[in-house]
Structures are given as structure tokens and as C-alpha cells.
Design a protein around this ligand. Sequence first.
Ligand code: SF4
Length: 362
Amino acid sequence: METRSLYVHIPFCESICSYCDFCKVYYDQEQSDLYLQRLNEELSQIEQHHLKTIYIGGGTPSALNDEQLEKLMSMLKPYSLEVEEYCMEVNPESMDYYKLKILKKGGINRLSIGVQTFQDHLLKEIDRHHNTIQVKNIIKYAKEIGFDNISIDLMYGLPKQTKEDIQKDIEVLKSLDLQHVSYYSLILEEGTILKYKNYQPLDEESEYQLTLFIDQELEKIGFEKYEISNYAKQGYQSKHNLMYWYYNNYYGIGLGACSKIDRQIIEHSRSLTKYLNGDFKTTTIDETKEETMFNQIMMSLRLKEGLDLNKFKERYQEDARILYKEAITRNIEKGRLMIENDYLKATQEGQYVLNDILIDFM
Ligand code: SF4
């Protein structure tokens, strides 16, 4: 299978959010200079062939200073010449007009902005250090500079957040005229500050009701839900993330990143010291064919369109309808799965119990 996507991880953050368990460290100029050098060494091992998508994520890539961002853009230039989608995650507090100009010049054509909520009092609850005015300014500058594909991340289930707060967030979203939203339910991960503070997340029923509410409200303002947590205006689905949900190949470089090349999963070290010493990779996992097929199903059922059964057969020389006959039949009978035009997909009800469905496929 061809590998036509690249993920680049920038682990530096200016502050640490109370819910975060991503691979990140505090920003330090010297370390981030050296980090970019190491990243460049990794990059040189990848052929400069026809990549379709590049995604720079973090951490907070916008925490890099102007010179570092320029360096990153020039390192990636030879890889980005033919990309259809070139996206970077940015945080409002570390982004400004000049940095946006650097990104535009570097070829970035999609921004993913970490907003989480437009209620400033709730941002404080999760230790985010920006405010709504900064978000609005960044979006305004980005549009002035010519960015026409802007996504924001929002969250529900935050401490002290009410349904009215969510409604207000959606009203602000409507006024901003954006192309894409990722709307995540807060997941309480081990080792996070919120977990330590013993925060009680939403119970299943409240989460389900809020998800339904968000789905309906976003649909009213023109966003179609195409994945469990993602909504897009027509033509603006995330091409890079679709590649994960199709279980295609991808390169991942940088601290904690992961590549998938056919049946190999190559994981990177999560130790910054090791990474800065040039010790990039830790483990290579060889998936069995069964594991790969299961992972493909797990990822594709997250999509509204579901799993393309014909492509599955082409890729694995196996008919999923026969291979998983029992699991498919049982879940169709329960109203959780359906087959439509040779796509196996979760029904609306099935989307909320995807983990239970997948147990049957195991
Ligand atoms: S900015 Fe992102 S990566 Fe950094 S601590 Fe917050 S959530 Fe985690």
C-alpha cells in the first residue's frame, strides 16, 4: 500500500491543561531548536514523494517562535509541494498575525484551532490560558490572510459546564462561519490533573443526551456529522484524519509519534532526552492479518459512511460479510449495524455503543 500521509509531532506547550495526557513537555527554546534538528534528520529518511496530506500536531506547534516556525516550514517544503491538505494545530494564546503569515507562506492550507469553549470562566477550570477575544482575533486574521479551511476543537463534559454553556458555544460557532468542528467529550485519563483532583466526568446517559443535542444543533447550522466526534460543512472533511479512519498507511515523526506501514506499527520514544540524543524509535509491532482487519473495522465504523466492504475485500482478499458473519448478524438484529450499498455502518444507536459492537468482532 502506498504511504501518502505524514504526521509531524511538536511536543512543546507553554502551559499544561488539566485534562491532557498527550505527549508534551514545557516549551524551551534551546530544546526546541535541537528538536527541530532531530526532526529534520528523521525527515531525511522519508522519500520526498507524492504526499497527499501533512498534519503538524502537538503539543502546541504554534508555541514555536517565528524563526523556528520558518525553519519547520522550510524543512517540510519539499514534502508539501503536491499535498492536498496541509494542516497545523494552533493555540490562540501562542498564535499571532505574523506567525499566521509564516504558515500561509509555508503552504499551510488548513488550521485546526484549540478552542475547547467560548466561555472564559470554563477555560480557567481546565487551565487553558487563552480567551474568546483572542480566538476571534486569530480567526479574523486567518481569514484576512486567506485561510479558507478552518477547524476548531470544542469540548463538552467540562467542569461546571452546563447545557446552556454548550448552547452558547454553538451560537458563537455559528457566528464565526467556519468549515469544520471536532467536538470531543472530556475523557478523564490517568495521570491528568483533573483525575488527581477527582473530577467526576459525565455519566453515560448525560453524555448520550448531550451528544444528541450537539448533533442536532450543529446540523441546524450546516455541519454534517461524518465521524463520531467530527462535523464538517460540505467538502471540508479532514482528509488527513480520514486516512486514519480508512486505516491507510502514514508516516509519523517526532516525539511519541507512530507510523503505520502496511502491517507494521512503528512507535517513537516518548522520552525527550532520548529523542534529542537521536534515539527516535522504540518498538515495531508486526500486526497479524486478523489484527489489521480488526483495526480497520474499528476505525472505519467510527465514520458515518462506515466500512467499504468492496475495498476491504480488495485489500485483504477476505469477505468481511463472511468472516464476521456472526458479529454482523447479531448487531444488525439489535439495530446497531446495517449494510447499505456495500458499506457496513453503525446506525445512529450503534454509534453510541461502538465499543460493545467491537467486542463482538473480536
Ligand atoms: S495545549 Fe494541547 S497538548 Fe498542550 S497541554 Fe493543552 S491539551 Fe495538552
